[in-house]
Each structure stands twice: as C-alpha cells, then as structure tokens.
Write a protein that binds this ligand. Structure first.
Ligand code: CO
Length: 151
C-alpha cells in the first residue's frame, strides 16, 4: 500500500491537460493501486492522477456504492442539470455550488484494457464530471456559481 501526497492549488500539475494512456503497463497499474489507497486514506469520493502529480488520464471514484477506476475516460452522453455543493482534496477549505449534468454516460478502459461504458446519476454523475474535468486541468472552482469557505 502506498499513499500519495495530494497536490493542492496552486500546483501547476493541477492545471495540466493530461496525456491519454497508450499502454497499460505495470507502472500504470501501480499508479491505479496507489490512487485507490490514497482515495481511501483521504476519504475522498474521487481522485484524478494529476492530483498526485501524474498528468495522465486516470481516475478513481467511490461514492459509497462501488469502486470505479477508469483509464482515458470521456463523457459520451449527458442529460439534465443539477446544481449542488462540491469540494476537492486539491482545494482545501473551499466549497462551491456547481451546476452539473444530472446524468452522464462515460466510456473508458478498465485495467485490462477492455472498453467499458458506465452510467451515473446524481452523486456518481457529479463525481465523473468532477474527476474527468481534472484531466483537462479544470477545477470545480472554475465552474462554480458560488464559492465559500468551508465551515
Ligand atoms: Co477534485
């Protein structure tokens, strides 16, 4: 088990457009495993590779229902809209009201290189959008219509 340090603003890696993974090798699998360990250690709902200093298209999510890891994820369908509160491990102490699609369909690769399509609504949809935004260097504060200090 290895827990990465989660980068915080203004670290430039958080603003990097991440590279697609072209080969799923042992290094990538180790990063995914350590991202999982870091997600649970930090008690986050999701984590993207740039948050731990690796500008590659990898995300992990656990909103409490199932553990999800995706390589090169992209949103291929979206529906509806809902504005709700968000925070981010990389932006400590700040929360914001962020409009997101209520439903998304996401396509990516699993760790075996097989294409998978996943759907999410509400919290899971929000997590997909938040984490995939990280891969484009976008943070929730960029999309928030209202930002405030936590607590
Ligand atoms: Co985040």
């Amino acid at each position: 088990m290895a827990v990465y340090q989660v980068l915080k603003l203004p670290d430039e890696t958080l603003r990097t457009r991440c590279a697609a993974v072209t080969k799923i090798n042992d290094g990538i699998l180790r990063v995914l495993d350590n991202m999982r360990d870091t997600l649970y250690a930090e008690q986050g709902l999701g984590l993207a590779a740039p948050q731990i200093g690796i500008p590659k298209c990898l995300i992990v999510i656990d909103t409490g229902e199932q553990y999800i890891e995706l390589i090169n994820p992209e949103i291929i369908e979206r529906e509806g809209e809902k504005t709700s509160t968000e925070g981010c491990l990389s932006v400590p102490g700040i929360i914001g009201r962020v409009p997101r699609s209520l439903y998304v369909k996401v396509r990516g690769l699993n760790r075996h290189g097989k294409e998978v399509v996943m759907e999410g609504t509400e919290l899971l949809a929000k997590a997909f959008q938040h984490e995939i935004d990280h891969l484009d260097g976008i943070l929730f504060i960029d999309r928030a219509i209202e930002i405030k200090r936590e607590g």
